[in-house]
Design a protein around this ligand. Structure first.
Ligand code: COD
Ligand code: ATP
Length: 205
């Protein structure tokens, strides 16, 4: 049996940082953001639905999705965001389940599903345990503005489009506190990895 870990957080709280650690330990990962990009490649049905719903000016001359434009639209407008989620989420979840089940069939001891919207999408049922990558909201805003070159207003809109990180922290089984140095985050990941190895071996005993 595999131990399936859901890695989540809110935007720019450190999921990718935690994920890199687990990848470096050879743990297989399923990345919802990556799948979300795959399913809107040219000629995919989800891209056609986006064009029909939001208009053809969201498609660039080379046939690819204008992600920046769609981001501006959906982070501004809850109704449009819901429309996009209704198009994308069933396809993302279907693909995540396929990939998860392939890894389970290969008897991988630990599998990580990196799902930013795990709580918003009611997807806890996909995993055995949930770890939240946490930074306080002040640091979250600062890191998001710096990483994505966003104004404070635009960054706050993105943060407010998700359940707050404080709430997610309360719902987690495990928390990685990413307020400090990268070194401190890696140390916590090390402890957690050994816990997961131990829990996995108990499950299989
Ligand atoms: C709106 C899009 C085109 C913007 O693309 P962009 O390249 O700028 O951002 P990227 O895809 O790297 O997402 C960055 C982060 O934004 C947040 N985010 C993405 N979509 C959403 C959403 N619908 N609601 C709230 N937050 C979201 C997540 O924290 C994600 O990690 C893109 O995010 C998208 O297709 N979103 C819908 C799919 C989705 O829900 N993805 C999350 C997977 S669970
Ligand atoms: N401990 C840390 N110290 C300093 N900078 C950090 C730390 N952890 C993450 N960062 C930086 O903060 C930003 C956000 O981190 P990261 O990309 O890991 O978040 P994320 O949760 O994966 O974000 P998203 O969901 O938006 O993709 C990045 O620019 C990253 O380099």
């Amino acid at each position: 049996m595999s131990l399936i870990i859901g890695l989540t957080g809110s935007i720019a709280t450190g999921k990718s940082t935690v994920l890199s650690y687990f990848k470096s330990k050879g743990v297989p990962v399923i990345d919802a953001d990556y799948i979300a990009r795959e399913i809107v490649e040219p000629n995919q049905p989800a891209l056609k639905q986006i064009e029909l719903t939001f208009g053809s000016d969201l498609i660039k001359a080379d046939g690819t999705l204008d992600r920046a434009k769609l981001g501006e639209l959906i982070f501004d407008e809850p109704t449009q965001r819901k429309q996009l989620n209704d198009i994308m989420h069933p396809a993302i979840v279907k693909r995540m389940i396929e990939l998860r089940d392939e890894l389970v069939a290969r008897h991988e001891p630990i599998i990580i599903l990196d799902v930013p919207l795990l709580f918003e999408g009611d997807l806890a049922y996909l995993v055995d345990r949930i770890v939240v990558a946490y930074t306080n909201e002040t640091l979250q805003l600062k890191r998001l503005m710096k990483r994505d070159q966003l104004t404070k207003k635009a960054a706050l809109k993105r943060i407010q489009s998700q359940i707050s990180i404080e709430e997610k922290k309360r719902w987690a089984d495990d928390v990685i506190d990413n307020n400090g140095t990268l070194e401190s985050t890696i140390k916590q990941c090390d402890v957690l990895f050994h816990d997961y190895e131990r829990i996995g071996s108990q499950v299989n005993a």
